[in-house]
Design a protein around this ligand. Structure first.
Ligand code: TRP
Length: 336
């Protein structure tokens, strides 16, 4: 295997929703098909246990995410699609990097600082209460995910920018201390599709509980869309598309031409009920085929396992020899 032109991880705690599709899955599927690129996509299950210690949830989410990505057209023969825990070299590298990472760097991590702030707000004496070393060290695990495959570009949400800076910092320390083994990765944030509005108009996110799952039944999808909040304008009143959640969802899926037409219909006054029904039909149609594949895959998880196993074999053909070089570089030679 070659090093990664693109690499990104998905934490296995939730059920994939429309926001994930637009922000992460759709662009990754496109990249995965480009035969001139080597892209790595993985299920970050060791990240998931930082926040989610419910084994059934982790297991189910891993399958749901894998099935979704495959059903939506990820080219798993061209890219490398694997489960983090199937590549043990990542965890070995994590320890090596841990020994190079100043504690002060991690003290400044947003996720850790937010947890400390929460304790401060409730006047907790011990500011580190309920904070695990997993949460504290999480940026190092992420650095290992990235550096293990010498990734060039890392597409992530805006909230992950600091982790990429830390990864570069840690890589530089290794390169400076030992030898120039690691490439410094670049963060990629796709502004155009990064944020999709959810049921209440805020960013669609599991933490706001306002998501529309990708592969609910048609009936449930319709119900979700009918629940999207709108203003109280009457059926014939001209409406503003720019501030409308329904429109922003439509725009994320429809072609430019269709979007222009819809703008005109907003001006002319389109009833919310009509718009909701059309939005539902549009998305439902788009998801019809992938939904069938998704359901088939969820019924035969062994097919998902087989795809992921192939992926981890490919990943390890890069990580195993590279880890050997890294270990030799730090003075831990193999005896055989
Ligand atoms: N922390 C990332 C997130 O919450 C997921 C992730 C884990 C990741 N390891 C990664 C993303 C490596 C990119 C590269 O979104």
């Amino acid at each position: 295997m070659k090093s990664a032109d693109f690499l990104t991880g998905i934490t296995t705690t939730g059920t994939p929703h429309l926001g994930n599709f637009v922000g992460a899955i759709r662009p990754a599927v496109e990249t995965s098909k480009d035969s001139s690129l080597t892209s790595y996509y993985f299920l970050a299950d060791y990240h998931s246990i930082i926040k989610c210690q419910d084994p059934e949830r982790v297991k189910r989410s891993t399958l749901e995410i894998a099935a979704s990505w495959i059903a939506l057209g990820l080219d798993t023969s061209n890219c490398v699609f694997y489960r983090q825990s199937d590549v043990p070299e990542i965890l070995e590298l994590t320890w090596i990097l841990t020994c190079l990472t100043p504690k002060g760097l991690l003290n400044r991590a947003h996720a850790y600082k937010a947890a400390v702030d929460e304790n401060r707000e409730i006047n907790e004496q011990d500011l580190d209460r309920n904070i695990t070393m997993g949460l504290f060290c999480y940026p190092i695990l992420m650095a290992a995910d990235i550096l293990m495959f010498n990734a060039r570009k890392v597409p992530v949400g805006r909230d992950q920018t600091q982790h990429l800076e830390m990864t570069r910092d840690i890589a530089s320390r290794f390169n400076h201390n030992y030898a120039d083994l690691f490439r410094l990765p670049e963060v990629v944030i796709d502004e155009s599709s990064a944020v999709l509005a959810g049921l209440d108009g805020r960013k669609m996110s599991k933490s706001y509980n306002n998501t529309i799952p990708l592969f609910d039944t048609s009936k449930k999808l319709r119900k979700s869309i009918m629940k999207i909040q709108t203003n109280s304008q009457g059926p014939d009143e001209p409406k503003d598309h720019e501030t409308c959640t329904l429109f922003s969802l439509y725009k994320a899926f429809a072609t430019d031409e269709e979007v222009e037409k819809m703008k005109k219909r907003y001006k002319g006054g389109i009833a919310w009920g009509t718009m909701k029904q059309e939005l539902f039909e549009y998305i439902d149609h788009l998801l019809d085929e992938p939904r069938k594949t998704y359901n088939e895959l969820m019924e035969s998880p062994e097919e998902i396992h087989a795809v992921l196993r192939k992926g981890s074999d490919k990943a390890r053909s890069y990580s195993a020899p590279f880890l050997k070089t890294i270990k030799e570089t730090i003075g831990i030679q193999s005896f055989v």
